[in-house]
Structure formats: C-alpha cells, structure tokens
Design a protein. Structure first.
Length: 249
C-alpha cells in the first residue's frame, strides 16, 4: 500500500495506481504496448531503434522509466568480479572475450538477446538458468545448464562457476541477463553515464546521450512516487522541446 501519495486518503496499492494511470493515458489517446524490450540501439541521424520480443520501433527520443530492479542473484560473488569477468553488456564487452568460453546468466528473452550478441564472438557460450526453466533456444556453440549456482570462482578474475551439486564449469566471463532488462542496463549499453545502479541525469532529466532521458527510481535519490511523477513531468516536457527544436532546425 502507498500511504504517502497525495490524494488517496485510504492509500492505494502500487498495482492499482499503475493500472489507473495506464487507463488514464489510453483515455487521452496514448498507445500502450505491453511488450518486453530486449535492446535499444542508436541509429544514424540521432534516432533510436527499440527492439522488443515482437517488434522493432524507431524514435527520436527515449525516456527510461522502468524503475530500478535488482535482477542480480545475491551471495554468488557477482559484485566481487564486476569488471574482472562479470559484465552487464554483451555489446559493450563482448570483444574482450573473442574466442573464449563465456556464460550468460538468465533464462528469458533478455538472456537470449545477450547470447545472440556473443555467438559470433565467443568460442562457446553456456546459458546458466540458475534453476529456472531452460529457454527454447538452439545454436551450434551454445549450451544450456539449468543447475543452481553456488558461487562464481576465480583468483583475481572469473575462472569458473561452481554449482550446488559440487561440479564446476570453466568459464572466463559471466554476462548478467537475468529477468528483464531495466533502465540502468539499457543506459549502460547506450553509453550513458551511470553511478552503480543509477543513471546520471541533469536538471532536465537528460543523460549524456542526446535524446535519451531518465526519470524515477532509476535516477536514485528519494525513492518516492511524488519524486517519480515530478521527474516524469520534466522529462516529458524536455523531450517535446527537444523534438520541436529538431524539426525547426
């Protein structure tokens, strides 16, 4: 229950507030697509390509506003090896693992997308589902392992993944792609500045990437609905201004 947001004397659940907001947007003629975004890329002429499981869209502006989910499994050593074999971006870091054995941690469409980005780079890839159901995916140099992970192993860098059954998989890199991609994951892939799990923005909610804005929990600070609404307003108005100025030029 949200008890501290103005206008709801008896409180309101997060789910109800979300659903009411979606209906309100639709009543204003806004099209809502309930699709999982798996990749955002910058194209020529300052446009973005937004790929979902079902479709691909192009846009002059993207506003990242999907919160700040923690999709990283706890207590398996991920933080210890960040930058030392643990990566969150196949497009960004795949080159460093050319002709090497790597792993992708995840079981959904996001994990498959990351795996596809590595197929022509890595020698072989193992999708680690960590106990989740194996995805429907096949490729010559890709294996799927559904065993639960005990911990990531290595001296000064990733050297393997130990499972709870006591066996170890040798791997030189682990790409984290569990669940669905969040705002910060997309920001990092696009080259936007981040600070740990938050996206760095200015007073206009702009990132350092032209046309890319962020608002809400993904920018850190006060994690309250009122703060997210305020930042969303700023991001929306600035995005409109950015598009209008572009057409005028």
């Amino acid at each position: 229950m949200i008890e501290n947001y103005y206008g709801f004397e008896n409180g309101i659940s997060g789910k109800d507030l979300y659903n009411t907001g979606i209906k309100q947007a639709q009543n204003l003629g806004i099209e809502v697509k309930n699709e999982e975004v798996i990749k955002i890329e910058i194209q020529d002429k300052n446009t973005f390509s937004i790929k979902t499981v079902e479709n691909e869209y192009t846009s002059k502006v993207v506003i990242l506003a999907t919160g700040n989910k923690k999709n990283t499994p706890k207590n398996i050593g991920i933080e210890k090896y960040e930058g030392k074999g643990v990566s969150y971006c196949a497009i960004c870091d795949g080159f460093f693992y050319r002709n090497k054995s790597v792993s992708v941690l995840g079981s959904g469409e996001y994990a498959i997308s990351e795996t596809n980005d590595l197929i022509n780079i890595a020698k072989d890839i193992t999708i680690l589902t960590n106990g989740e159901k194996a995805p429907e995916f096949r490729a010559d140099n890709v294996k799927i392992d559904t065993r639960e992970i005990q911990e990531i192993k290595g001296d000064t860098k990733v050297e393997g993944v130990q499972f709870k059954d006591g066996n170890t998989l040798e791997t030189e890199g682990v790409f984290i792609a569990q669940g669905v991609a969040g705002s910060t994951e997309f920001a990092k892939k696009l080259g936007a500045l981040t600070n740990k799990d938050t996206i760095i923005v200015n007073e206009k909610q702009e990132t350092n990437i032209k046309g890319l804005y962020a608002c809400g929990d993904c920018t850190g600070g006060l994690l309250q609905v009122s703060k997210s609404v305020y930042e969303g307003t700023i991001a929306g108005l600035e995005a409109i201004k950015y598009i209008k100025e572009g057409f005028e030029k």
